[in-house]
Write a protein that binds this ligand. Structure first.
Ligand SMILES: NC(=O)C1=CN([C@@H]2O[C@H](COP(=O)(O)OP(=O)(O)OC[C@H]3O[C@@H](n4cnc5c(N)ncnc54)[C@H](OP(=O)(O)O)[C@@H]3O)[C@@H](O)[C@H]2O)C=CC1
Ligand SMILES: O=C1O[C@H](COP(=O)(O)O)[C@@H](O)[C@H](O)[C@H]1O
Length: 493
């Protein structure tokens, strides 16, 4: 890994505190950061290095399993300097430039510079422009841009943002973060599929009846109403994380496992997804909004009563969709995709339902369940005779749950990959653009109220309409709480 400078814009923000700083410390402790290495934290308020170091320590105490009294803490802080930059002001970039150069000289670091934009999206374009004007990006080494979501709020704004970034950074230098791609089980999908001939043989429309991708959450909108009211589940989760899972799952065997080849295969998936016309959205997409209900024995309020939410809001906190990939592997296989807040379980998983044999009416379909979150796990449901029940056929489960302790957190993977220059698990522009193209008619149908907004109770499996979507095809959602059972929709709102 090349020695380099890591500039973190938004270093005092929520994401930096909860994810980025703890990930950097973890990588430092496991000696996965380059040496020498310079970290420059930056935000709008003037702090001394010492005050910023206190901020770093408090982030470690609150959001990592380490403590700021760790004996290695002072070595870690030694790498970190702070620089106030109001990102909208030209002159302030000069201070940043001076500090970058001073640290490069003092620590003998080549001019390899990585800029992490962990700031509100309205600043993405301006920062990149000013990095160019201030010549900070004119280096004798490499330059890279790590950029947080959201990447635009519709297809036009995403293209506009990309155009601004492309004036300064080449596509190979832009690392668009989708933290789901940093999750260990998502990074494992290609190995599961392509390194196991047993699975690879079955990974197609001859054997698979349907695929269900769920990202359900227990949390509600929390303190993010200002952002979420404009985003909804469709922009917050569906356009990015869920479509990335779809691409990772259904890409064809690449012509070699380079970032370029894998991303090319992912792009082909999106090109093959059947577009949904605005006037057909109501048939293929269900939107919902959580009402009050009970979660873990406690009563919780509905979305419209959440602080900062418009009491007459029609924002979606749940979305389910039926998608079709019209290519040689997947033609005829429905992909059911859903995400929602305030649901019964925190669970991100992919369930693959295989076509049943004609052996016996008692047999349940084989299911392959890939757990992504909260735990990485793989479970296969098979049919077997139970000698204790007069040879009755019943499903058995072959489960694999890897040791979870020590598995790197998504942001650790993201940082290491970006520092190494490996773009495999970042979203390429074409993937992002194709995702927005697919989502655009859905956004418009929502805006024009062409799709009913279903209520669902907090603590349920989402609106009944999402279950009817599968019933239309003779299927049902397999339980999200890892029992490989049909979901109990009586508990729905
Ligand atoms: N928080 C999360 O869980 C997630 C966030 N993201 C994305 O990450 C990015 C950051 O989010 P988050 O950390 O929540 O946002 P915050 O609002 O918590 O933090 C924003 C940061 O930007 C700084 N800032 C604000 N205005 C300026 C300015 N004019 N010049 C320089 N710095 C400024 C803030 O400084 P100060 O603290 O002094 O105000 C703060 O450090 C966003 O793009 C978001 O969409 C993505 C996934 C999850
Ligand atoms: O990007 C986001 O993801 C989280 C869910 O992430 P996970 O890793 O916990 O599954 C979601 O809560 C948030 O609304 C969204 O912005």
């Amino acid at each position: 890994m090349d020695c380099s400078t890591f500039v973190l814009f938004g270093a005092t923000g929520d994401l930096a505190k909860r994810k980025i700083i703890p990930a950097l410390f973890e990588l430092f402790l496991s000696q996965k950061l380059p040496t020498p290495f310079s970290i420059i934290g930056s935000s709008i308020i003037e702090y001394t290095d010492d005050v910023f170091h206190d901020h770093v320590k408090s982030s470690i105490d609150s959001f990592s399993h380490h403590s700021s009294s760790d004996p290695k803490m002072s070595d870690f802080l030694h790498l970190i300097r702070y620089c106030k930059v109001d990102v909208t002001k030209d002159l302030e970039y000069e201070r940043l430039y001076s500090l970058i150069k001073a640290q490069e000289t003092a620590l003998h670091i080549s001019e390899n510079r990585l800029f992490y934009l962990s700031v509100a999206p309205q600043f993405f374009g301006v920062i990149v422009k000013k990095l160019q004007e201030s010549k900070i990006v004119q280096t004798n080494g490499w330059k890279r841009l790590l950029i947080e979501k959201p990447f635009g709020h519709d297809v036009t704004s995403a293209r506009d943002l990309n155009e601004k970034l492309s004036r300064v950074f080449d596509e190979e230098e832009i690392y668009r973060i989708d933290h789901y791609l940093g999750k260990p089980m998502v990074q494992n999908l290609e190995t599961l599929e392509f390194a196991n001939p047993v699975l690879q043989t079955l990974w197609n429309n001859e054997y698979i009846a349907n695929v269900q991708i769920t990202a359900s959450e227990i949390v509600g909108v929390e303190k993010r109403a200002a952002y979420y009211e404009k985003a909804g589940a469709i922009r917050d989760m569906f356009q990015n994380h869920l479509l990335q899972l779809l691409m990772m799952f259904s890409m064809h065997f690449p012509n070699g496992f380079s970032a370029k080849n894998i991303r090319q295969e992912k792009r082909k998936v999106m090109e093959a997804v059947r577009p949904i016309k605005k006037e057909d959205v109501f048939k293929e997409v269900i939107r919902g909004q959580y009402g009050p209900g009970e979660i873990n024995g406690e009563q919780v309020i509905g979305y419209k009563k959440e602080p900062g939410v418009d009491p007459s809001s029609t924002n979606d906190t749940f979305i389910a969709a039926r998608l079709w990939i019209d290519d040689s592997l997947w033609k005829g296989v429905p992909f059911y995709i859903r995400t929602g807040k305030r649901m019964k379980e925190k669970s991100t998983r992919i369930v693959i339902e295989f076509k049943n044999t004609k052996y016996n009416k008692q047999t349940e379909p084989n299911l392959l369940e890939i757990g992504i979150n909260p735990e990485s796990e793989v479970s296969l449901q098979l049919n077997s005779r139970n000698p204790l029940k007069e040879g009755e056929i019943e499903p058995i489960h072959v489960d694999f749950t890897p040791e979870q302790r020590g598995i790197p957190e998504a942001y650790e993977n993201i940082l290491v990959d970006a520092l190494e220059g490996d773009a495999t698990f970042f979203a390429h522009w074409k993937e992002v653009e194709l995702s927005w193209q697919l989502v655009q008619p859905i956004l418009e149908a929502f805006e024009e109220n062409l799709v009913p907004l279903h209520d669902y109770s907090s603590g349920s499996y989402g609106p009944k309409a999402a279950h009817i979507l599968l019933e239309e095809d003779g299927f049902f959602w397999w339980s999200i709480d890892n029992k490989n059972e049909k979901e109990d929709i009586d508990k729905d709102g």
